[in-house]
Design a protein around this ligand. Sequence first.
Ligand SMILES: Nc1ncnc2c1ncn2[C@@H]1O[C@H](COP(=O)(O)OP(=O)(O)OP(=O)(O)O)[C@@H](O)[C@H]1O
Ligand SMILES: [Mg+2]
Length: 465
Amino acid sequence: MSLLKRIERGEGGAQGGSSGVGGSPGKLSGLQSRRASAPQVKAESTLADLKTRVQQRLLAALDPGMDISQTAEVRRTIRDLFEQVLQEENIVLSRPERHRLFEAIAAEILGFGPLQPLLEDDNITEIMVNGPKNIYVERKGKLQRVPVTFEDDEHVMRIIDRIVAPLGRRVDESSPYVDARLPDGSRVNIVIPPISLVGPVVTIRKFFKTPLTVQDLVNFGSITPEAVRFLEACVKARLNIVISGGTGSGKTTLLNILSSFIPHDERIITVENAAELQLRQEHVVTLESRPPNIEGRGEVTIRQLVINTLRMRPDRIIVGEVRGAEALDMLQAMNTGHEGSMTTVHSNSPRDTLSRMETMTLMAGMELPVRAIREQISSAVDLVVHQSRMRDGSRKVVAIAEVSGMEGDVISMTDLFIFQHGGFRDGKVYGRLTPTGLRPKFMDKIEAAGIHLPASIFGIGGKRR
Ligand SMILES: Nc1ncnc2c1ncn2[C@@H]1O[C@H](COP(=O)(O)OP(=O)(O)OP(=O)(O)O)[C@@H](O)[C@H]1O
Ligand SMILES: [Mg+2]
């Protein structure tokens, strides 16, 4: 987008916050005298007025043809002009104020406005905008409100527009909710009025250039080294794995980590709604589904992509998340020579994972008898790894269960590892993922892959911790 366009979009908002300011020359002395005595709120609003005014002058002075993709250069120009405007208007600010003002203005012109500092803060994993004045973030797994606000609904809408416009998308009354992505890969969901009754709502799941590693998970206490060793063996031995858990429980993160165990000489095809996985292997093909366009055409579903992958000679198929009819195609792929496939399912427990898969398979509309579906599931899925978001904000693998066959009409599952709760103290959840003492039935597959796991991993023989 050219600077001119951005200015056109930006200027309206700048005015939105400038009610009654009008660039009066007495402004500065007002600011200075108020700074000493006025309450914080007043100083904040004065600074906001000043920001609007300086921003407007700056926008008027900047070359509209400037290519704002050259961020560093534009930033330098903005800084020069910024200093010039402050000097011309004889505005004196303390060093931190000057810094804050410049960053806020740069964020409006180049970035995502008030969201920019939150996006840049690596401690923040999620950002939730509930209308212009209520902004929450997730830090270290905990939700907290932050003292960041937009001017009004309009201001939020302008930033939303900045997010979706480069993607050729639109959010308006006729399509009031949309999934999008920031240039850095962060996942964004937007819902606006009239669907949302609290103003425009933006939810951002931040994307980390350096994703969590298996060592991070062990350090956080999310999983034990023994369980990791077991899961690594399962991936290498081409078992079919379903990772399950609630929203934000860390399913995608774990899928990414388990995928890292796939040998480098295999052809991996990933299918996702919004590409979140970051595989390190060289031979990876990434496919992304697509929602319908404004005329309601051109949709490409996960299901269509899963079917298509079968014609792409995959060694492994990794589906970011199954939520519907694609469950059937995924099961068929797992059953027909694409062993070692992995996916995630939203569920409350390992057993619930299987019943969700059953329901999703029914959504394919093939009118298959339930027993046939269960047989498909039991022969396709080898392992369910269930993860939870605990009440202290930590994420933990709470169960690793083998899908061991059918007993009558029921799929049988065997817990191999279970999280033993050790209580809740000082705001922290204690406990450990413990082997149950049972060996999986599929041990022969692991052995056949040339991997030897000591019995102690399963809590057999040696002392249990
Ligand atoms: N083991 C972990 N310890 C701490 N934080 C984690 C862990 N796993 C994931 N996270 C963080 O939790 C957030 C959610 O992770 P992730 O996207 O993997 O969850 P999800 O279950 O796939 O979510 P969704 O249901 O929305 O797809 C991310 O910010 C991620 O960095
Ligand atoms: Mg996910």
